[in-house]
Design a protein around this ligand. Structure first.
Ligand code: PEP
Ligand code: MG
Length: 571
């Protein structure tokens, strides 16, 4: 029995037989061609590129109905990479100038590009280098004549073990019980797709694959990030029991969809969903979300050349509003910058992107483009209740400037004769300590507040949320963060304005009693967490939580916070 630790992407426990996928990058053939051979290599390359182009077009045109929402966008990225001159033309040039065979020309150019990405300072770009290698892999498979790596279906659950799996290949493996992958980080497309397919996956396993043979029994714990090869019978039995328990829990949780979200002392708690893509509306509806508390609109702007037009944005926002059937939808204006990049060079050159031209600062620096988004959101408000949310506010003048642009967008729509909700509520994210400390001012000026605990933790503790090296210091339960949350909740209550938490903390069951105890009654989270949080809510009694939670605000250290949390758990 062997055990490896990697990066768990979630999805629970998988138990199945190993199927090891070989990479076509091993032993890339390398030789020189001369004379007429050069034209033959160029023609082989062109044919392979055309074949892969066609494969992508087919995949996009016939996306399986059960494919996750992000699949189309991820395939588009790979299609763009395939057509990028930095790969296709450079490979042709390699054949002409260096007399390389087509396989080597493709591999050489792709590796060079990936190396350039690897030198950049951010995980996001390193992951894009992997995308280039995945596309090159597919071209090389076309050159060698094999169409795809889709293995035959098996009778027993199969866990795929690979150096890396491109999104296009992953789509063909939707029957997989799990994925064990050598490479990868949390922001990789492989991770995103595995997460939305809800299949257990562990990434960054190093060379684990070398120790695995086809048909070995494997246990994959996607939550703990562990892979066990050829487990002993007692271990297998233990994991089978846990797997059965997980399934039972999931069934029981489904029953909660129809149960009202109220604490034992009859306090109504609103549970809303965070969306990153319009297709996620179905998941929000399946778990009975009371609305959308945070619709991140960045997806529309990332991984593409031109910015989306007003109509394209409007259609995306409207589809969510219509899909939520009368329940409120909170649309946040774009929050790009830092790790969410749409202009790579601008961001890379910024001395400190997390403190740079991010979120509302980015939008206000480009008022014409901001107006396009504001008009699109306003137009969507004609189809159901919409609330507009401004990200990363720190200054009062950012509210002034935003409200004046919103007014301008309203005038433009009136002039065009296009309908919108003239009472559209405008709220602000509290995710910078300055905004939390001055929350009374923000509460007075805005219609509602939403606390972004992800950034609030990052900026309070000066910990880059995307930097693995300081990940252990990222502590949302730090007394300083809890005091800022409590202060914001109090300020909103005094101003009689609604306030929600929409950062990851809202979906963390370990935080539910703490947040309830601090007085929170609106939570917004990934739809997948909603029923678990609801289970916590219906078992909690706020009358007992509130006095104990007050002690949190006197805590000086995370250890003291832990003591109060244990006390809250026992209530
Ligand atoms: C947050 O910062 O908590 C938040 C919800 O915003 P994002 O994660 O999109 O930065
Ligand atoms: Mg944020």
């Amino acid at each position: 029995m062997l055990s490896f630790d990697g990066l768990g992407i979630g999805g629970g426990i998988a138990i199945g037989r190993a199927r090891v996928l070989e990479s076509s990058r091993v032993d890339v053939p390398r030789y020189r061609v001369h004379g007429e051979g050069l034209a033959t290599e160029q023609a082989r390359l062109e044919k392979a590129l055309a074949q892969v182009r066609n494969e992508f077009a087919q995949l996009l045109a016939h996306l399986p109905v059960d494919a996750p929402a992000e699949a189309g966008a991820l395939l588009e990225v790979h299609r763009m990479i395939l057509d990028d001159p930095a790969l296709a033309r450079a490979a042709h040039d390699g054949i002409a100038a260096q007399a390389w065979n087509a396989e080597w020309a493709v591999w050489h150019c792709a590796s060079q590009l990936a190396d350039q990405f690897a030198e950049l300072d951010e995980d996001y770009f390193r992951e894009r280098g992997r995308d280039v290698l995945q596309v090159a892999d597919r071209v090389m498979r076309a050159l060698s004549g094999s169409r795809s790596s889709k293995p035959p279906e098996a009778a027993e659950p199969v866990i795929y073990c690979a150096e890396d799996i491109a999104p296009a290949d992953m789509l063909g493996l939707r029957h997989a019980a799990g994925f064990a992958i050598d490479l990868g980080g949390v922001t990789s497309h492989t991770a995103i797709l595995a997460r939305s397919m809800n299949v257990p996956a562990v990434l960054a396993l190093g060379a684990a694959r070398d120790q695995i043979r086809d048909d070995d029994w494997l246990i994959l714990d996607g939550d703990a990030g562990r892979l066990i090869v050829s487990p002993e019978p007692s271990v297998l039995q233990q994991y089978r029991a846990r797997q059965a328990q997980d399934r039972q829990q999931t069934e029981l949780l489904r029953e909660l969809v129809r149960v009202a979200s109220r604490t034992l002392d009859d306090c109504e708690v609103e549970l809303m969903a965070n969306l990153e893509h319009p297709d996620e509306v179905d998941q929000a509806n399946e778990v009975g979300a009371a609305g959308v508390g945070l619709f991140r609109t960045e997806f529309l702007f990332m991984n593409r050349g031109l910015e989306p037009s007003e109509d394209e944005q409007f259609e995306a926002y409207r589809s969510v509003v219509v899909g939520m059937e009368g329940r409120p939808v909170t649309i946040r204006t774009i929050d790009v910058g830092a790790d969410k990049v749409i202009e790579p060079h601008a961001s890379v050159n910024a001395p400190n992107p997390a403190l740079g031209l991010r979120a509302i600062r980015y939008s206000l620096a480009r008022p014409e483009r901001f107006l396009v988004q504001l008009r699109a959101i306003l137009r969507a408000s004609h189809y159901g209740p919409v609330r507009l949310l401004l990200p990363m506010l720190a200054h009062g003048h950012e509210i002034d400037a935003s409200l004046s642009l919103i007014e301008q967008a309203c005038d433009q729509l009136r002039h065009r004769g296009q309908p919108f909700d003239s009472q559209l509520p405008v709220g602000g994210m509290i995710e910078v300590p300055a905004a939390a400390l001055c929350a009374d001012y923000f509460a007075r000026r805005l219609d509602f507040l939403s606390i972004g605990t992800n950034d609030l933790t990052q900026y309070t503790l000066a910990i880059d949320r995307a930097d693995h090296e300081v990940a252990s210091l990222y502590e949302p339960f730090h007394p300083a963060v809890l005091r800022l949350i409590a202060h914001t909740l109090r300020a909103a209550r005094r101003a009689d304005k609604p306030v929600a938490v929409c950062g990851e903390m809202a979906g963390d069951c370990e935080a539910t009693r703490v947040l309830l105890g601090l007085g929170l009654t609106q939570f917004s989270m990934q739809a997948a967490s909603l029923l678990r949080v609801k289970r916590e809510i219906i078992r909690a009694d706020r009358r007992r939580l509130l006095p104990v939670a007050r002690r949190l605000l006197r805590a000086q250290t995370p250890q003291e916070v832990d003591e109060v949390r244990s006390a809250l758990r026992g209530l």
